[in-house]
Each structure stands twice: as structure tokens, then as C-alpha cells.
Design a protein around this ligand. Structure first.
Ligand code: NAD
Ligand code: TYD
Length: 352
């Protein structure tokens, strides 16, 4: 049994689907179902007794203590977080509450549970914290990619809150010997990605005939990782990672945003051409830049490859095509998750 937090979100739901496709070890999924959490992502597990969903907050110490005592997981994987940089600029408070205070309460509950385990279970237990490359700050054009030793220089309220949570996780290992692992990964993309982030937003807007907003000059660089590759990396770190270590996870796919958007437009031109025969790239619209916008992220994923033999299976070219196809095949999912809370958000984005 493993406990996975935030598994109704983008990466967490992919992780649970992937986990249960490869093993019969049950999963308890603790998720608050914020605007970003959609049980629809896990609809295929509706009648699957290996998946046990609990609605709740990682900051709820009592609930966590009860869940841990009842289910006795051998590991906790922490995906739960507020994850969108733009939202953190408009309103940082939820980020502080969930990513910092919530992670603290989660760690406290896990520490108490772990302390009481018998010797063997205690030494086999793992707490895996999922974090981001954004904690390292912004890279210059020719600087080497982020290694695990790079100093922390977070620039947005989101990345600052994730950096704080990483430090708490580190401290619980050094102070209390809690067996932790931390992964810092680059930008994910793939199925079930909520259409507020660049790639799903562009696909969604393109098909809806809306503008494709490019912040600033569009030359900011992100390093793209197909979500299923991220899931396999987490499984590998959980299985064989050295306790207390940090592993950076990336797909070796640095791309300027404008190139990503052009690629999406070209694939859509081919797979779902516009009714008027014009190219989707005509919908590209330059808008005001995001304040404090980090210029470049890039992950050096050589440690996880060297120590744990993990490598991504997808290139950007294969992963992005699968992603566009998935969105074309899952328009009902898109329309369901884009009703409700999302509607209140559109319009507050930069330049919109
Ligand atoms: P997401 O926003 O899609 O999902 C987050 C999930 O956490 C949602 O289901 C939400 O309901 C849940 N949640 C939020 N607050 C909670 C709380 N207080 N208690 C319980 N559940 C709560 O995020 P994602 O993109 O799937 O990211 C997952 C993790 O990976 C995050 O920790 C994020 O920082 C990290 N990460 C994401 C990316 C990326 O590209 N998406 C890159 C690097 C790291
Ligand atoms: P995003 O998907 O929000 O991820 P992050 O900020 O965590 O990297 O944004 C990816 C890049 O795309 C980032 O440089 C901001 C840019 N961007 C746009 O140009 N337009 C948009 O509408 C969005 C959402 C992002």
C-alpha cells in the first residue's frame, strides 16, 4: 500500500494510472479536489478496489494520522500542491498554505507514524517529495543545466513555496532521520494537463478559435518532460533512490516557448485543420510578459541516469504528437474540466 497525495491532479493521476497498470499494490489517494483536481482523470479506476480515494487536505494532521494508522503505507508520494505560477502571482496565499504549511503538517503526521513502525518497516519506509526545477531560479543562455548541487534561487511565489517545502523535507531527514527522497523535475506535458498551462491552453484555445497568448517575446526556454516519463522516474527513485538524496528529472528537451507553440499549430494543422483552411499560427497573439518571468530552465538529468539507470522514453517530437492526439480524442474531458472554477480564471491571465 502506498499513499499518494494530490493524485487527482495532472501528474498524480498519471502516476496512479501508471502504478496500477504495472502492479497490484493498492493506492490511497488523498486530494483536496481544488480547481486542479478532477476525479474524472481517474474515471477508469471507478470500480477498481486497488484505488481508495479520500477527499482531504495534506494540512489536516488528524486526518493524515488516521489514514496512516488505518492503511499502514510503506511509502508516501507527495504531489499535492498549488502548481501554477500565474496564480501564485495573483494570489500567493494558497501557495504558502498548501505548499509550505500543508507539507509541514504532512511531514509531522508521517514522522509520528514512521517513529512507531517496527524496525524493518521503519527502515523500508520512504517519503518521496515531488518538486520542481523552478526552485533553482533562471539560467543564462549559455549556463550549464541545473544539477542537484545548483543553489536555490526561487523567483516566483510558487517556486519560493516549493523551495521552502524542499527545505522542510531535507530538514526532516537531517534532524529526525526520516527516510526522504526528493525529485526536482522540469515542465511536464501530456494527458490530463489542466488547460491553464502553456501546452494544453494553446491546444484548447486553438481549437476554440481563440488567441494563443505568447508572454513577452516568446523566447523563454523550458525543458519539456513527457508526464509518463516523469512517472517512471518517480517509480525508479522510490524503488532504488538513496535515502536523503535529490534527483533531477528532465527530458533533455529545451525549447523556446514560441517554437513549442509553432509545433502545436503545425500538428493541429495536420490532424484537425481549421474549417477556413487557414493556419492555426495565425491565432498567435503577443501579450504582456509575466512579472519576474524566468528566462530559461534546463535540467541535467545525468545523476538519475548514472545511479538509477533511468532515461526518458519519449522525445519531444513523439510526446507532443501523442499529447495533441490525446486532447483531440478527449474533448469531453476538456469541456468538463474547463467549466466551473476555470471560467473565473480565464481573463485574469497576462494580456488577456
Ligand atoms: P496540479 O495542480 O495539476 O495538481 C495538484 C493536485 O493537488 C490537485 O489534484 C489538487 O486538488 C491537489 N491539492 C492542492 N492542494 C491540496 C491540499 N492542500 N491537500 C490535498 N490535495 C491538494 O499539479 P501537477 O502539475 O500535477 O503537479 C504535481 C506536483 O508536481 C506539484 O507538487 C508540482 O509542484 C510538481 N511539479 C509539477 C510540474 C509540472 O510541469 N506540472 C513540474 C515540476 C514539478
Ligand atoms: P507554464 O505552462 O505556466 O509553466 P511554468 O511557468 O511553470 O514554466 O508556462 C510555460 C511557459 O510558457 C512560461 O515561460 C510562460 C509561458 N506562457 C505563455 O507564453 N503563454 C501562456 O498563456 C502561458 C500559460 C504560459
Amino acid at each position: 500500500m502506498i499513499l499518494v497525495t494530490g493524485a487527482a491532479g495532472f501528474i498524480g493521476s498519471n502516476f496512479v494510472l501508471d502504478w496500477l497498470a504495472q502492479s497490484d499494490e493498492p493506492v490511497v489517494n488523498l486530494d483536496l479536489l481544488t480547481y486542479a483536481g478532477n476525479l474524472e482523470n481517474l474515471a477508469s479506476l471507478e470500480n477498481d478496489t486497488r484505488h481508495h480515494f479520500v477527499k482531504g487536505d495534506i494540512g489536516d494532521f488528524e486526518l493524515l494520522s488516521k489514514l496512516l494508522a488505518d492503511h499502514k503505507p510503506r511509502a508516501v508520494v507527495n504531489f499535492a500542491a498549488e502548481s501554477h505560477v500565474d496564480r501564485s502571482i495573483h494570489g500567493p496565499e494558497d501557495f504558502i498554505q498548501t505548499n509550505i504549511v500543508g507539507t509541514f503538517h504532512l511531514l509531522e503526521a508521517v514522522r509520528a507514524y514512521w517513529n512507531d513502525l517496527a524496525d524493518e518497516a521503519k527502515s523500508n519506509f520512504r517519503f518521496l517529495h515531488v518538486s520542481t526545477d523552478e526552485v533553482y531560479g533562471s539560467l543564462g543562455k549559455d549556463s550549464p543545466a541545473f544539477a542537484e548541487t545548483h543553489r536555490y534561487e526561487p523567483n516566483s511565489p510558487y517556486s519560493a513555496s516549493k523551495a521552502a517545502s524542499d527545505h522542510l523535507v531535507r530538514a526532516y531527514h537531517h534532524t529526525y532521520s526520516l527516510p526522504v527522497l526528493t525529485t526536482n523535475c522540469s515542465n511536464n506535458y501530456g494527458p490530463y494537463h489542466f488547460p491553464e498551462k502553456l501546452i494544453p491552453l494553446v491546444i484548447h484555445n486553438a481549437l476554440a478559435g481563440k488567441p494563443l497568448p505568447i508572454y513577452g517575446d516568446g523566447q523563454q526556454i523550458r525543458d519539456w518532460l513527457y508526464v509518463k516519463d516523469h512517472c517512471s522516474a518517480i517509480r525508479r527513485v522510490l524503488e532504488a533512490g538513496r535515502v536523503g538524496e535529490v534527483y533531477n528529472v528532465g527530458g533533455w528537451n529545451e525549447k523556446p516557448n514560441l517554437d513549442v507553440v509553432h509545433t502545436l499549430c503545425a500538428i493541429l494543422d495536420e490532424l484537425s485543420p481549421r474549417a477556413d483552411g487557414n493556419a492555426y499560427k495565425e491565432q498567435i497573439t503577443y501579450v504582456k510578459d509575466r512579472p519576474g518571468h524566468d528566462r530559461r530552465y534546463a535540467i541535467d538529468a545525468s545523476k538519475i541516469e548514472r545511479e538509477l539507470g533511468w532515461k526518458p522514453a519519449e522525445t519531444f517530437e513523439t510526446g507532443i504528437r501523442k499529447t495533441v492526439q490525446w486532447y483531440l480524442d478527449n474533448q469531453v474531458w476538456v469541456s468538463n474540466v474547463t467549466s466551473g472554477a476555470y471560467k473565473n480564471w480565464v481573463g485574469k491571465q497576462y494580456g488577456a
